[in-house]
Write a protein that binds this ligand. Structure first.
Ligand code: LMR
Length: 394
């Protein structure tokens, strides 16, 4: 029977991760997969996570099942972090998920159950796994313009003009902050305009927020999603703790649904719970419990926020250093966008050939569309990258 299976294309980001590991050069620089690295190249366990895990080991008395939608304390704590008080409790359904990917997958399944004729709109470009999951679920998809390849900023006019084509019941995927892969983000005024348009069209926003705290800070990064969730009757929000809590392998995420009234909240919650049961029964608990312990304990929370802020400012300093190094080498401001972008990624705007040349000649690994993970740099490798970018003729 297995002879009927088709070969599957490898995920490009994951394939690059393997290729990097196998490269024997000790001068190699990994700007591929979206994982935070400290200046020594290590992805640390955050202090508050270690402390919470220790406390958990000391106090946990059972590994019995939690609830199908995850521990309600986790759902409350994480929805509070993302949404603040933008949505009243009796309007918000939520279920814990295995990471941000799990949340996106489940959100799309839910959308398909609610509207079998749904079309999914994605930014051009977007995280490749969005495309892959949409294809896997056999959902029709349309791309909307997002990134201006010349200015390396959001082409908001083109975005709005494309989104004018959304139909009632369509789903529009938006990146809550720190757009992956470009690093170019909507400002709050633009969020307001998008929200108004989607409201007018009766389309459902699905906001993927996987980098809260990596851009302009925990609150500022949530401003767009909070505006959408407080303004529209319906919205889906997929949140990930992989990056901002550094719990990548623990698979910790949450799918939230803002509903128009209490009755629809109940039905939506039943559907989220049902989907968990069909797909994996109970979501993973360890990462979720650790996150909840941190968020609900003022001391752990303060320590986590301060470490996250250090991560954010380190990335900002690297952005500035790289933009300056390129300015010095080229005598032009055309790389100034690197300091303007926010989050882990920037799309450099190099051709696939240039990306390949930087890998072959300089051991610099970035995703083929020239997405760079800024957190993969340190003070010393910034110059190596700047030399390679100039050498490749970007
Ligand atoms: C990325 O975009 O590199 C991360 O979100 C990791 C992943 O799962 O692709």
């Amino acid at each position: 029977m297995f002879e009927h299976l088709n070969a599957q294309a490898q995920d490009k980001i994951m394939a690059l991760m393997v290729e990097y590991r196998e490269d024997p050069r000790d001068t190699k620089v990994d700007l591929g997969v979206g994982v935070y690295k400290d200046p020594t190249g290590n992805t640390p366990v955050m202090r508050a996570v270690k402390a919470a895990e220790q406390r958990l080991i000391d106090t946990e008395t059972t590994k019995s099942y939690t609830a199908l939608a995850g521990d309600p304390a986790f759902v409350n704590a994480l929805s509070g972090l993302v949404l603040g008080d933008a949505v009243e409790a009796d309007r918000l359904a939520g279920a814990a998920q295995p990471g941000g990917t799990g949340a996106i997958h489940q959100a799309l399944e839910l959308a398909k159950m609610a509207n079998p004729d749904v079309t999914i709109w994605v930014s051009q470009p977007t995280w490749p796994n969005h495309l892959s999951i949409i294809k896997h679920l056999k959902l029709p998809m349309v791309e909307y313009s997002y990134f201006d390849n010349d200015t390396r900023a959001v082409d908001f006019g083109a975005m709005m003009s494309d989104l004018d084509g959304v139909k009632q019941g369509d789903v529009v995927i938006l990146h809550g902050c720190c757009h992956n892969p470009t690093g170019a983000n909507l400002n709050l005024e633009q969020w307001r305009e998008v929200t108004e348009l989607l409201g007018k069209k009766g389309a459902l926003p699905l906001i993927d927020i996987a980098y809260q705290g990596f851009g302009d800070g925990l609150e500022a990064d949530a401003a767009g999603v909070r505006h959408v969730a407080s303004t529209l009757d319906e919205a889906l929000i997929a949140a990930s703790c992989s990056k901002n809590f550094g719990v990548y392998r623990e698979r910790t995420g949450l799918l939230m649904a803002k509903t128009p009234d209490e009755k629809l909240k109940t039905v939506t919650q039943q559907n989220l719970t049902h989907l968990n049961r069909q797909n994996f029964s109970f979501p993973p608990d360890h990462g979720a419990r650790v996150v909840q312990m941190i968020l609900d304990d003022p001391t752990l929370r303060a320590d986590w926020e301060s470490e996250l802020e250090d991560v954010r400012t380190t990335m900002l300093a690297l952005r500035k250093q790289l933009a300056e190094a390129l300015q010095a080498r080229t005598g032009s401001d055309r790389f100034g966008f690197i300091a303007e972008h926010r989050g882990m990624f920037s799309r450099l705007g190099a051709t696939p050939e240039q990306v390949n040349a930087m890998k072959e000649k300089h051991g610099i690994y970035m995703v083929g569309d020239s997405r760079m993970n800024i957190a993969g740099l340190n003070k010393d490798t910034v110059d190596i990258l700047a030399d390679a970018i100039v050498d490749a003729g970007v």
